[in-house]
Ligand binder design. Structure first.
Ligand code: BGC
Length: 725
């Protein structure tokens, strides 16, 4: 008996897809585009008849499994077996899950990971997450989230990499490589067996929700879309990201699930994206709520024609696409295109050859000591030292510490949002971590700040206060009207001042918080994000100086909620901010500047930048920027050298500064290194409203330094023949 071409692994994937498409009914095709959640016995019949193409593991008891037993793979295998052996064509299901920051080995939230400014560390974290998830039978993770964060009221800033398109794009590439294990600009023919498919989301502009309120409407100009919101997605696609999730919201009245220009023209045509687009949860059906679709059938027609390939959790594709094709409202070519895209990824994952997971594999892969060590390193490197008057690092000999604050002994708060596979009891709290690090002569009092505690604290050398947000206060659907600290926490820090001992404040959080007064009152402030399973240990590593802090803010910290939106790469305006000057863009009741600028972070040593030079590189117009960085303190440390550019005169107002390069530089005490940034046409251009690069001759400014206020700058000129002066 000859096997059908699509089952023959020796044939090219394109041929296998073509063969399979030629055998499928319209109903089976629609089935491939239908993703349903928490598949279990209730869905067996639908899987058997080819009506479901993908499973979404939405909670911890999916597919009949139970969280404690950790046997996802068993449930997945059961239902996969029905798809493979009992459906007419035997097409395997692809299972997706929200693998957002780590899996069982929970990593810091993405905003914290971004503070490392290290694509390599993020790649390492996602490699661990991919291996753990794949061992549980998961093929596809719904991250990285690449929404540019300009409004910290929006709870989902926790899930992304911050406010800068260039930084987010570079980190996205690391995240995609970690998940997929490939380093290519094409959708891979085959994913390694221990990796998962990445999903860049939420395409695009979702974070511009008015008022910072989740799912809300947005107004984004084409200029801002092309220059700010789209570039990180392009970077992910160029790194081979195999899927994209379209977002819930509308831009100027056009919901993304029906946005032909963005999904079709930009993503698929201009960028040549060959993977598939999955809708966000229920978003195709929600076209009715948006008021652009009359009913389910109309919603399916709009979304499919716009370019959404897979429908997450509404069944409207399954129920309507066959009739829409028969009625000529959706072409069969478009249906085949969507199905072909989904099948291409299924082939790439190797599902036709290896549809099943090994139920015993988890144990060998989850929570490995080397994984925990990597995630601890990542956590420590993600923490941003915002203030230090010399109290840190703590000495571990002969001192008495007092630890207090609502988050000092919390486990869940260290996880942050989206940790369906993390297990709280596996977290080391800050209290446990500090207790484990004490020297023989050190003492630790742990207390609530009551009257008794005040006595204890008074008898101590340093008071450490752990404050900030609980895990559930950021993430999806967790928006706030204010970025003030949760009730009572500021009062706690203020009260602690009366004890007249040095105060170290450790803040956990999923968003920039208003730390104006706390920073004033405390002797040291460490922003630790939600740092994951080893986060308590990471904080202790920093407090005791085992790790010299190197985290840098990937997002601006405003002085107050009223300053929002506040981001460093804003246009100059006709009346730029000038301190103490009237009739300039400013507030009368606040300083204009942020509390901490984008890129900011302190170290236990100091760095100096000097000798900034620019010179034409071999290729015109490309410019080399070199700078010398010196560690001027007395201990080794890492700084993040940041290179910013401004196009002084252009046809459109260009931002006051834009990040165009960065590098983590490790220096011994007294050591100097020369750092090189190469700025090619891409770095010196802006994108017009069609997404085309425009490079205009004229003067450019460039700065290099330790944050977005870097003072060391110079100028260069691109002449009209494209050369550099
Ligand atoms: C979120 C997505 C997520 C999806 C699946 C949606 O509510 O917006 O980010 O991947 O659910 O759980």
């Amino acid at each position: 008996m000859t096997i059908p071409a699509y089952k023959n692994p020796a044939l090219p994937v394109a041929e296998r897809i073509e063969d399979l498409l030629s055998r499928m009914t319209l109903e089976e095709k629609a089935g491939q585009l239908n993703q349903w959640y928490n598949l279990g016995p209730d869905q067996y019949e639908q899987v058997r008849s080819g009506e479901i193409g993908s499973g979404l593991l939405a909670n911890s008891s999916t597919a009949g499994n139970n969280r404690q037993e950790r046997v996802f793979a068993k449930g997945i295998n059961e239902i996969q077996k029905i798809a493979v052996t009992e459906s007419r064509l035997g097409i395997p299901l692809i299972f997706g899950r929200d693998v957002i920051h780590g899996y069982r080995t929970v990593a810091p939230i993405p905003l914290g990971m971004a503070a490392t400014w290290s694509p390599e560390l993020i790649e390492a974290a996602n490699t661990i997450a991919a291996k753990e998830a794949r061992a549980d039978g998961i093929h596809w993770g719904f991250s990285p989230m690449l929404d540019i964060a300009r409004d910290p009221r929006w709870g989902r800033v926790a899930e992304g990499f911050g406010e800068d398109p260039f930084l987010v794009g570079q980190l996205a590439a690391g995240a995609v490589r970690g998940f997929q294990g490939n380093d290519t600009d094409a959708i891979p023919q085959q994913f390694p067996a221990d990796r998962i498919v990445a999903c860049a989301k939420h395409f695009v502009g979702y974070s511009a929700a008015e008022g910072g309120r989740d799912y809300n409407t947005t107004e984004i100009t084409l200029h801002t879309l092309h220059n700010i919101y789209l570039p990180p997605f392009k970077a992910a696609i160029q790194s081979g990201c195999a899927t994209v999730m379209s977002a819930f919201h509308d831009i100027g009245g056009i919901p993304l699930s029906a946005h032909r220009y963005l999904l079709g023209d930009v993503l698929k045509e201009q960028w040549g994206f060959a993977g598939f687009i999955v809708s966000d949860w229920g978003a195709v059906g929600e076209l009715i709520n948006h008021g652009v679709a009359a009913d389910d059938s109309h919603a399916a027609e709009l979304a499919c024609n716009a370019g959404v390939d897979m429908d997450m959790s509404t069944m409207v594709y399954l129920k309507n696409l066959p009739d829409l094709v028969r009625a000529g409202k959706v072409s069969e070519a478009r249906l085949n295109d969507a199905v072909g895209r989904v099948l291409r990824i299924k082939f790439a994952v190797g599902l036709f050859e290896n549809p099943y997971a090994d139920p015993d594999a988890s144990q060998a892969v989850h929570l490995l000591p080397e994984s925990l060590a990597t995630i601890r390193q990542l956590a420590a490197n993600s923490m941003v030292l915002l203030k230090n008057n010399g109290v840190l690092p703590l000495s571990s000999d002969a001192i008495t510490l007092c630890l207090s604050g609502p988050l000092a002994d919390q486990r869940q708060a260290l996880f942050g949002c989206w940790t369906p596979d993390g297990q709280e009891e596996e977290v080391t709290t800050l209290k446990e971590a500090i207790a484990g690090r004490l020297g023989p002569e050190t003492r630790l009092h742990y207390c609530e700040l009551t009257d008794d505690a005040i006595k204890l604290a008074r008898a101590s050398d340093v008071l450490i206060l752990a404050i900030g947000e609980s895990a559930g206060r950021s993430g999806e659907d967790n928006c706030t009207t204010t970025i003030e600290l949760p009730a009572g926490q500021e009062a706690l820090v203020e009260a602690a001042r009366c004890m007249e001992i040095p105060i170290v404040v450790v803040v956990f959080g999923g968003r920039p918080l208003n730390l104006t007064r706390v920073t004033d009152w405390a002797d040291a402030v460490l922003f630790a994000w939600h740092p994951g399973i080893t986060g308590g240990l990471g904080v202790a590593d920093i407090l005791f100086g085992d790790v010299n802090p190197s985290g840098r803010l990937p997002i601006t910290f405003p002085r107050s909620t009223g300053q929002i939106p506040l981001y460093y790469n804003h246009p100059p305006t006709g009346r730029p901010m000038v301190a103490n000057s009237r009739r300039h863009s400013r507030y009368v009741d606040s300083l204009d500047s942020p509390l901490f600028p984008f890129g900011f972070g302190l170290s236990y040593t100091t760095f100096e930048y000097g000798n900034l030079r620019t010179s034409p590189a071999s290729e015109v117009p490309e410019i080399s920027v070199t700078v010398e960085v010196t560690n001027t303190g007395n201990r080794a440390g890492t700084t993040v050298a940041q290179c910013y550019v401004r196009d002084s005169v252009a046809s459109v107002a260009r931002p006051v500064r834009e990040l165009k390069g960065f590098e983590r530089v490790h220096l011994q005490a007294g050591e100097t290194k020369t750092i090189l940034f190469r700025l090619g046409p891409e770095a010196l251009s802006y994108l017009d409203d069609n997404g085309n690069e425009v490079l205009e001759p004229g003067r450019f400014q460039v700065w290099v330094g330790g944050d977005s206020n870097a003072g060391l700058g110079t100028e260069f000129e691109i002449t009209s023949d494209g050369s550099i002066d």
